[in-house]
Structures are given as structure tokens and as C-alpha cells.
Design a protein around this ligand. Sequence first.
Ligand code: SAM
Length: 330
Amino acid sequence: MNLILFPFERVIKGANIAIYGAGEIGEYFLRQLAAVPFCHVSWLVDRKFKSLGKQQQLIFLPPDLMNWQQPEQIIIASQLSEEEITEYLVSEGVDPTRIVGIRAEQKIDVLDLIQTRLSATPADDEWDAYYKLAENSAQAQYNRFIQPVLSRLEGVLDYSNVLDFACGKGRIAEIVHTRCQYLQLVDASFDAIEFCRQRFAKYSNISMQCNGTDQLPQQTSSLSLIYSWDAMVHFSYKSLDFYLGEFNRVLKDQGYVVMHHSNLGALVDNMRVFDQWNLNPAGRSRISKDDVAFIAQHHDFEVVEQTLIDWECNDMDCISVLRKTAGVRG
Ligand SMILES: C[S@@+](CC[C@H](N)C(=O)[O-])C[C@H]1O[C@@H](n2cnc3c(N)ncnc32)[C@H](O)[C@@H]1O
């Protein structure tokens, strides 16, 4: 199922244009320009129009009634007749540089696009734009959400060997590392970890590793604290189950988890929430604080506290603090 994109990059912004072709492709173009008012479509030309008509600002007419010198550019909305239309326009004295045809890169396979979106996981998604944008809000998010939790647990949390799970480019680690005797950073993105390598090169007590989708690279019973910010909010029930099992394995007894996750699953009565994380607001997964409490208890964690926080809507997220209560599970 193909969709043809309007050739935005070859049309002059704000230009007065004619679209030649009032079929399916012409419809696509008009709909895209209604959503993104990039230029003005003043004429819609097609042989199927027998006379001149007008609908709001748009004049529709057959080619022989069109004054081809008026539009700044003529956009051909037909693949089958493109050659024929171009020849006709040139024979009418139109400078070929004013004619914009359809190129291969405009063709989008919609099913492919949907399939790509539906199969994207938080680990293989593209976070580059996020990293740039989020860097500036790190201190504000820390002050508002993270610091109050850490302050409440001052003297309780042990910072001797800490893991920042799904650290991204290390914006939160940049703030938290001063508390830590040793800090390990883990992320699924190779580029993000390489960035962290440069960013924290001068600190001998910070190390970083890229993880796959299997076990965490940390040793069993080695960590005193794991925190994770703005990453597990996207995780499915199954991934949370897997990683809480892993957190239990790599934490020492009485080690803590401070984990930011979704609570969108609790809001299903107020809004539409999809099972697929990246269709939901802010990419939140359909998970509630009760789900996390249930999974955590299943993995021998005590739920010390859960604080609902507002993100794009009230109570959208939660910060759960968990304490490992038993030894490593068999
Ligand atoms: C929205 S970013 C947040 C990054 C960072 N925590 C921050 O606040 O800037 C989500 C990060 O989670 C990472 N990620 C997603 N799934 C992961 C997984 N299974 N293991 C490790 N990292 C993961 C992504 O690579 C990405 O860097």
C-alpha cells in the first residue's frame, strides 16, 4: 500500500502552485497541504473537469482553460501520465524548471511504515533527537523528581556500587555521579555509550558498557543501588519482568532500585491506551504502578514506596523504590 508524499523539498515555500491531476495522488497532496500549509494550491487541473469551478480558494478546471503562466510551479500528481503531461506543459510554453514531477523517494510504503513502528522496541529505537532535547531538562527533572526521593532515603541508600540502567548519553549520571563511590553506566545504544566514554573520561570511578537483550553485564550480587530514569517508562510488562529479575540477580541483599516507570495502564478509563508503547503519549507503556509492585514482589523485592508523578498528564508515571529482600533466586 503506497502513499505518495508531496514533494516539499522541491517546491518553493509559500509559492502559488497548480496541481495537475485530481486523482488519488492529487487527493493525497491536497490532504498533506491541508495538514501542513506549506504553499498555496490555487488551481487543480484535470481532464475530468469539463468546466471551471471553485471551492473556497481552489479553482478546478480542465487543462485547456488554464493559463499556465500564472502558477509559480506546476506539480504533477500522476505517475502514469507524467511524461505525457510534461510534454503537454512544455508545448504550452511552460519552462521545465517550473514543473515538479514525482520521484522515487516520495513513495512511502504505508504498511512497511506501520510494521516498522509496531515492531520498534525501546532498545532499538532512534533516540538521537531525544538525547539533544532532554539534556537541557536534566537538572530540572532531577530537582523536581529524583532529588526528593534520594533525600527521603538519605542514609538508607548505599552509593558504593551504583548502576544507571539505560543511561542514554549520561545526562542524569552527570548529576548523580558525585554521590557515588563507583558508578556503572549501561545502555543498549552503542553510540550513547561511546558518548558517555568521552563525557566521563576523566573519572576513574565511572565505567560504561553496552548491553544486549540478554543478561546484564554486571556480576551477580555486586551492586548496592540501581537507578533508571525515563527509559523503563517505555518497557513492556515482559521486559519489566525480565529486568526486575536481572536487578534482583545483580543487587546485593538489601540493595535498592529507584525506578522511573509508566503508570499509563492505570489511566485506561480516562484515555485511550495502546498495548504498543510508541503509539501512546510520550511513548509510555501500558503499565501501572500496581503491575510494577506485582512484578517486583514476584522477584523478591519489597516495595518501599511508589510516588506518582505528572508527565504529559496527571499521574502518568511513577517512581518505585524497591529493596531486595532475599538472596539470589534459583
Ligand atoms: C528515553 S532514553 C533515556 C536515557 C536516559 N536515561 C536519560 O534520561 O537521558 C531511553 C534509553 O533507554 C535505552 N534502552 C532502551 N531499552 C534498553 C534496554 N533493554 N537496555 C538498555 N538500554 C535500553 C535506549 O537506548 C535509550 O538510551
